[in-house]
Design a protein around this ligand. Structure first.
Ligand code: CU
Length: 251
């Protein structure tokens, strides 16, 4: 079924469940589609003018349609309560501990992804909403020494394979949506909010980041961002090479 639907490459742990749900929903939709077509063909045949020259004012007396409707509703309830809600609960609730995860901050803007790592001390500098400005997208307190070695980047996020990732997502201007198709991850980025999301990548590689909200004329260029999944050694080397570098998006 994955082949038939042409599902994109999957590279995260929880993504299997997302794909399962997509496939089950398609099974239900196929059953409904075929069922309706068969019924339509039957009706064309059964109620042709030649077979029913006179209208029947009493109509159907059996309850087949009620039973079928109940079955469809039960299947839908199982999909919702048995699959969709537990997956959702896991996405919003079951966060891995920060100490054993790669923690990244992302601030979307028209039209790029600003990324920040905590640097060598593994602690982000203190942030405050009132400090957020064009020059200070993350609202970092310059007086906090923890922020001195933070690593700001643009359009690139590196993570470690099989290690959980926590991303704190926000937006500078309008509503964007952070979408990692291979990770089966989509989350709106909303100005003034800091929304956490988490996933565990399973396959090394380079994956495109997309913006899933039409956010302005340059919307499509937000797919210039990418996620690199690599080994711990490669990640450490990469982060060390970026420390001290300052990158900022300017229009
Ligand atoms: Cu966008």
């Amino acid at each position: 079924m994955e082949k038939l639907l042409g599902l994109p490459v999957l590279a995260s742990e929880h993504g299997k469940d997302v794909d399962k749900l997509i496939i089950y929903i398609h099974y239900l939709m196929i059953a409904l589609f075929v069922g309706w077509l068969v019924y339509f063909a039957y009706v064309l045949f059964r109620f042709h003018r030649s077979r029913s020259p006179k209208a029947d004012y009493i109509g159907v007396k059996n309850h087949a349609s009620n039973y079928i409707e109940v079955i469809v509703a039960v299947v839908e309830a199982v999909l919702l309560a048995g699959f969709a809600i537990p997956y959702w609960a896991r996405a919003v609730d079951k966060f891995p501990p920060e100490q054993s995860s790669v923690v990244v901050q992302v601030v979307a803007q028209q039209f790029a992804w600003n990324v920040r790592y905590p640097g060598k001390d593994a602690t982000f500098g203190r942030q405050e909403m009132r400090l957020v400005s064009n020059e200070n997208l993350f609202g970092i307190d310059p007086a906090d020494p923890n922020g001195k070695d933070d690593v700001p980047l643009l359009n690139e996020i590196h993570v470690v394979v099989h290690k959980p990732v926590i991303i704190y997502l926000s937006s500078k201007d309008v509503i964007h949506s952070f979408k990692l198709i291979a990770m089966r991850m989509t989350q709106d980025a909303i100005p003034g909010m800091r929304i956490p999301l988490h996933f565990t990548p399973t396959i090394e590689g380079k994956y495109q980041i997309n913006c899933a909200q039409l956010c302005g004329v340059g919307h499509s260029s937000m797919s210039g961002g990418y996620l690199v999944v690599e080994s711990q050694e490669a990640f450490d080397k990469w982060l060390a090479s970026k420390t001290g570098a300052a990158t900022r998006f300017d229009e």
